[in-house]
Design a protein around this ligand. Structure first.
Ligand code: ATP
Ligand code: MG
Length: 214
C-alpha cells in the first residue's frame, strides 16, 4: 500500500485532475466526507487528508510515502528526509512583501529603518530580509496577515498573493516578490529506496500528468 498525504481545498482540488489523468479516482470527496483516509480506485493507493503545513511531517517520518505540499510549506519545514522530485505546477501564487498603500517601503529600506514584519512564513521572511541586509523584527501570525499593518501591529507583511484582491480590499500593495510558489510532489527518501517498484511508476504517472496539464 502506498499513501499520498495532501490537504483539503486548493491542493486537493488541483491534485484531483492529475490523479484522474493517471487513471486514479477517489471514492470519497473530502469536502463532504469526514474521513481522513480516502480509498482510491487503485487498491494499492490511499490518500491521507492532513493540514497543509503537516504534509511534509507525515512524509518525513514515513507515515506517508508521498505528499503534495506547497513550496511555501516546504521552505518552512526545511525538507529534511524528503525528496522534491516534481513541481506539479498547481496552487501557483507568489510569496510577496506587502505594505499599506501610503507606506514608503523603498525609503524605509534605504534609510536602514528597522521594520516590523508580520508573517506565517518565518524562515522564508528571515532569509529574505537577511539577504537584503534589512533589519526586521518578525511577528509570527497564523493567518489574516493583511490585518496586521492596518491596526499597527506591523509595518509590512510577507504573504502569498495570487490575484491581489485581498491586498487591494485591505488597501495594501505588494512591493517585492520573494519567490514564485507552486505545489510539489514529495517523497520519503527511505521509502523511495525500499519501495521503488511501487513508487517509481506513480512518480512517472504524475510527471506525465503534470506535463500535460501545464
Ligand atoms: P490551513 O488552511 O490549514 O490553515 P493554509 O491556509 O496554508 O493552511 P490553504 O489555504 O489550503 O492552506 O493553502 C494550501 C497551499 O496552497 C499553500 O501552502 C500554498 O502553497 C497554496 N496557496 C495558499 N494561498 C494561495 C493563494 N492565494 N493562491 C494560490 N495558492 C495558494
Ligand atoms: Mg488557508
Amino acid at each position: 500500500m502506498i499513501t499520498l498525504a495532501l490537504s483539503k481545498g486548493r491542493i486537493f482540488d488541483e491534485t484531483l485532475p492529475l490523479l484522474a489523468a493517471a487513471g486514479i479516482e477517489t471514492l470519497d470527496n473530502p469536502d463532504t466526507s469526514r474521513k481522513l483516509i480516502l480509498s482510491t480506485s487503485r487498491r494499492d493507493l490511499r490518500l491521507l487528508i492532513v493540514r497543509a503545513a503537516d504534509v511534509p511531517t507525515y512524509v518525513q517520518y514515513g507515515a506517508s510515502e508521498l505528499g503534495v505540499a506547497g513550496k511555501d510549506v516546504l521552505l518552512e519545514h526545511g525538507g529534511e528526509g524528503l525528496y522534491q522530485p516534481l513541481d506539479l505546477g498547481i496552487a501557483s501564487c507568489r510569496m510577496m512583501v506587502a505594505v499599506p498603500e501610503g507606506f514608503d517601503y523603498a525609503g524605509a529600506v534605504r534609510q536602514g529603518a528597522r521594520l516590523r514584519v508580520a508573517t506565517k512564513y518565518m524562515q522564508t521572511a528571515r532569509e529574505h530580509f537577511a539577504a537584503k541586509g534589512v533589519h526586521v523584527d518578525l511577528i509570527r501570525l497564523y493567518g489574516s496577515m493583511e490585518l496586521a499593518p492596518l491596526v499597527g501591529l506591523a509595518d509590512a507583511i510577507v504573504d502569498l498573493v495570487s490575484s491581489g484582491d485581498t491586498l487591494r480590499a485591505n488597501r495594501l500593495r505588494a512591493v517585492e516578490e520573494i519567490r514564485p510558489i507552486s505545489a510539489r510532489l514529495i517523497v520519503n527518501q527511505a521509502a523511495l529506496k525500499l519501495k521503488r517498484d511501487a513508487i517509481q511508476p506513480l512518480l512517472d504517472q504524475f510527471t506525465k500528468a503534470a506535463a500535460t496539464h501545464a
